[in-house]
Design a protein around this ligand. Structure first.
Ligand code: RB5
Length: 145
């Protein structure tokens, strides 16, 4: 599975941990930065990752900023993106099963690297349920793109 990943300065340190985790687990990664703690706008990175997902250059996207909120708001502006802001394992699984989310957003100032990697792991390994009610609801989201 190919993954686009990105962060602003608030998510940079966490991104480095998640990149290491993904590489160790055999994922193919495109890293859209940022590459330091220097301040930058989350918007630009969110759009790079969201466009890579929309254009099917990758299968999924992962974004981190200080809270994960700016990244999720910006990524969800892109047609075809269902970005989920997640900080717990239950939501990580549920948003794949129910929402078929294609971008995961986390806050580097909110969660530690162990839980972030566990969230990433369950989010990447859970398939959409394909149950009729969830397909119907996701289609309603797609119709509002
Ligand atoms: C940057 O200070 C911070 O605003 C950003 O990382 C993010 O949390 C925005 O939602």
């Amino acid at each position: 599975m190919k993954i686009a990943i990105g962060a602003d300065h608030g998510g940079y340190e966490l991104k480095q941990k998640v990149v290491k985790f993904l590489k160790e687990n055999g994922y193919d990664i495109i890293d859209y930065g940022t590459d330091s703690n220097e301040s930058c706008d989350y918007n630009d990175v969110a759009l790079d990752v969201a466009h890579a997902v929309r254009d099917q250059k990758v299968d999924r996207g992962i974004l981190m900023c200080g809270t994960g909120i700016g990244m999720s708001i910006q990524a969800n502006k892109v047609d075809g993106i269902r970005a989920a802001h997640v900080h717990d394992l239950f939501s990580a699984k549920a948003t794949r099963l129910h929402n078929d989310s294609n971008v995961l957003c986390m806050g580097g100032r909110i969660i530690g690297d162990e839980i972030a990697c566990a969230i990433t792991d369950i989010w990447l390994s859970t398939e959409f349920s394909n149950e009729e009610r969830h397909v119907r609801r996701v289609n309603k989201i797609k119709q509002t793109d």
